[in-house]
Ligand binder design. Structure first.
Ligand code: SAH
Ligand code: SF4
Ligand code: F3S
Length: 451
């Protein structure tokens, strides 16, 4: 019997990676992908980090109910952080939901979906946290994989920043064994991956928990960097308090480690950082920036920022703006503070009104946009290498016979390059010269032989 699935993904790269895995695992079990509204099972992989993505889950479930109204037997699986947060509460509120699976339970989701297809009366809840990282069959076939591969190195977080729900939705930090990470990287490189991005909520604390094998993050970086076939290595997300001198030194020593680092600052005011429980101050952060730049002078830095944390004054907010200038971020993700159930900050007094938060956010983003654009413009004329990830939607009007390709350079900038037919292919490392800066991307021309 033909069985079909459709996956909707919200949230961070870990969710994207988990969705890719569920998709591969379901295919191996004989499922086929179908458009939204036409699948037997719709999986909604959810994020709970702010109120907005959580609310989006409920509106999405309403929409799926309408779309599948004429399909008896169609059901929904809710996975990820909102599944962990609400648990079997979903069964009461949304009768079409028959599976909830949190971060750790996700490993059992494909098998549970098979069972649910066979037993129409059943509902399954997989929301227990496990003691150790739940290893899973990577479900890789012999087929090639995309050139950029994401590899989880850990699950969960122990930091309990005052605003954050992640320690509650993803549980305590659990590292994988270094050998499991390296085996997965090797398998991906053998299938054509050229760039590996190591993923975790606090990657520099890798290995330093009960589940870890004692390998430090710096050691893991060195061992990964030595794998045959690897052209590029990146990682997200490091916490500034745990960024060790050994990891900073890796930026000087490891040629494949890209000169780009996303280092979440969250706020520039020491008073706010203290109340957020981030365990560093602005001086320590700026020292890290200096150390990183002395290890790798061309490093491009980006960050996460929150505006309107409870009690944030205009002066505190201006301190964040000043830090953006001092650190010279080439881009940042910035968010209005949002109360999260269970997180300490939800109980703090002096909540900032919504219009004040939005006004601060737009001032901050305007400044960041200008800095980011100036950086892109400063790149004009430079030579760099693009890893081709796919064809871009826009065709180049000035060279209609050519195909426009898109990828990233080592600094993490999106680059578009036109290549003659036959010259481009997904996964090629292509030397280019940058011609102009567009809004949020660069336009380049080929400047050497691809490999
Ligand atoms: N582990 C990573 C990021 C986790 S969540 C880290 O420590 O940096 C991604 C980003 O969402 C955070 O960096 C933070 O900027 C933002 N965020 C988390 N909780 C939030 C909240 N309650 N309100 C607004 N933004 C939040
Ligand atoms: Fe959340 Fe802080 Fe952990 Fe990041 S380090 S996931 S912000 S608690
Ligand atoms: Fe969201 Fe969970 Fe990731 S809350 S940001 S999906 S860890």
């Amino acid at each position: 019997m033909r069985r079909t699935f459709h996956i909707l993904t919200f949230g961070c790269q870990m969710n994207v990676n988990d969705s890719d895995w569920m998709s591969r695992s379901l295919r191996q079990r004989g499922f086929e992908e179908a458009p939204l509204g036409e699948a037997d099972v719709t999986i909604v992989n959810t994020c709970s980090v702010r109120e907005k993505p959580e609310l989006k889950v409920y509106s999405t479930l309403g929409r799926i109910r309408q779309l599948t109204a004429g399909r008896p037997g169609a059901f929904v699986a809710v996975t990820g952080c909102v599944a962990q947060q609400i648990g079997s509460g979903f069964f009461e509120r949304f009768p079409q939901v028959r599976l909830v699976a949190g971060g750790d339970g996700l490993t059992g989701a494909p098998e549970a979906i098979e069972r649910l297809c066979a037993e129409p009366e059943l509902k399954i809840s997989l929301v227990d946290f496990s003691e150790v990282y739940p290893e899973r069959d990577p479900a890789l076939s012999r087929a090639p994989v995309p050139p950029v591969a994401y590899v989880n190195i850990m699950q969960g977080c122990d930091n309990f920043c005052a605003y954050c729900i992640v320690p509650y939705t993803r549980g305590r930090q659990k590292s994988r064994a270094a050998s499991a990470v390296l085996d997965e990287c090797r398998a991906l490189l053998e299938r054509g991956a050229r760039e590996v991005i190591l993923l975790g909520q606090n990657v520099n604390a890798f290995g330093q928990d009960a589940g870890g094998d004692g390998t430090t993050f710096a050691q893991l970086l060195r061992r990964t960097a030595a794998l045959p076939g690897l052209e590029r290595l990146r990682f997200v997300t490091p916490h500034p308090k745990d960024l060790s001198p050994e990891v900073i030194r890796a930026f000087a020593d490891l040629e494949v480690l890209c000169p780009r680092l996303h280092l979440p600052l969250q706020a520039g005011s020491d008073r706010v950082l203290e109340r957020m429980g981030r365990k560093y101050d602005s001086a320590r952060y700026l020292q890290l920036v200096r150390d990183l730049r002395s290890a790798r002078p061309d490093i491009a830095l980006s960050t996460d920022l929150i505006v309107g944390f409870p009690g944030e004054t205009e002066e505190d907010f201006l301190a964040t703006c000043r830090m953006v200038e001092k650190a010279g971020f080439v881009s940042s993700f910035s968010f209005c503070y949002s109360d999260r159930p269970g997180a300490r900050a939800a109980l703090l007094p002096d909540k900032i009104p919504r219009d004040v938060k939005l006004e601060r956010l737009s001032r901050l983003q305007a400044r960041q946009d200008a800095l980011g654009q100036a950086w892109l413009e400063s790149r004009t004329g430079q030579e760099t290498v693009v890893l081709l990830e796919g064809q871009s939607r826009k065709t180049d009007a000035s060279a209609p016979a050519e195909t426009s390709w898109q990828g990233h350079d080592p600094y993490g900038a999106t680059v578009n390059v036109s290549l003659p037919p036959g010259a481009g292919a997904v996964g090629r490392m292509t030397p280019v010269r940058i011609i102009t800066a567009k809004r949020h991307s660069l336009l380049a021309q080929q400047a050497g032989t691809p490999w």
